[in-house]
Design a protein. Structure first.
Length: 202
């Protein structure tokens, strides 16, 4: 088993403009693109190989469009996901309502999927505490109820971004059916470390 390639499907969900694409961009390319906000259309895919506890794990990350116009499409992308990073903007309480929507969907349809509730743009609330609209402890209580993990990230500064994706990979390696899933894994050794397959981000 050691050194075997494993493919973990990870889906990014959350309201538009919460920062899903920026999180993936920071993790994969170690950069933050300021510029005007451009919404994702459909979805984008990127694969990232990493090593966890001596196991090679390849995350296949689907970055979905947050606009409700693409809701039906996002449902297609979370099918079979082992991990869902459900994002909200720490400065926008309405975005947390959208988290609850996606969590209900996942709980109903994807019971094998580990949920990570991610509060984004932590740099903004660090600079000005009055901007925070969602209390960390309220999120933690909610996460405890639904057996999810929580984190707060900033794609601008990079805070906790690598740690989030590392945790996703570690949880997968530690899961009780890892060995079975690893055997079914897709061999992506022919591909580069980080590869964009479809990119519909305009
Ligand atoms: N200050 C700050 N701004 C951020 C951060 N992450 C994203 N943004 C900004 O928030 C806006 C939306 O970011 P995106 O990553 O495109 O959001 P998205 O969730 O992918 O949006 P959709 O594609 O519409 O679903 C952009 O203007 C980003 O520059 C962050 O960590 N800090």
């Amino acid at each position: 088993m050691s050194g075997q390639r494993v493919d973990v499907k990870v889906v990014m969900l959350g309201k538009d403009a919460v920062g899903k694409t920026s999180l993936v961009e920071r993790y994969i390319h170690h950069r933050f693109l300021p510029g005007p906000y451009q919404n994702t259309i459909g979805a984008a895919f990127v694969a990232k190989a990493m090593c966890v506890r001596g196991q090679n794990v390849t995350l296949g990350i689907w970055d979905t469009a947050g606009s409700e116009r693409y809701e039906a499409m996002s449902r297609i992308y979370y099918r079979g996901a082992r991990a869902a990073i459900v994002c909200y903007d720490l400065t926008d309480s309405s975005s947390f309502e959208r988290v609850k929507f996606w969590v209900n969907e996942l709980k109903n349809c994807e019971d094998q999927c580990q949920i990570y509730i991610c509060g984004t743009k932590s740099d903004l609330v660090e600079n000005d505490k009055a901007l925070r609209q969602i209390d960390y402890h309220d999120v933690q209580d909610y996460a405890d109820e639904i057996n999810a993990r929580v984190c707060e990230t900033s794609s601008k500064t990079g805070q906790s971004v690598d740690e989030l994706f590392q945790k996703v990979a570690e949880d997968f390696v530690n899961c009780k059916d890892f060995e079975t899933l690893a055997e079914k894994g897709v061999d992506l050794t022919q591909k580069r470390n980080a590869t964009s397959y479809t990119c519909c981000h305009h």
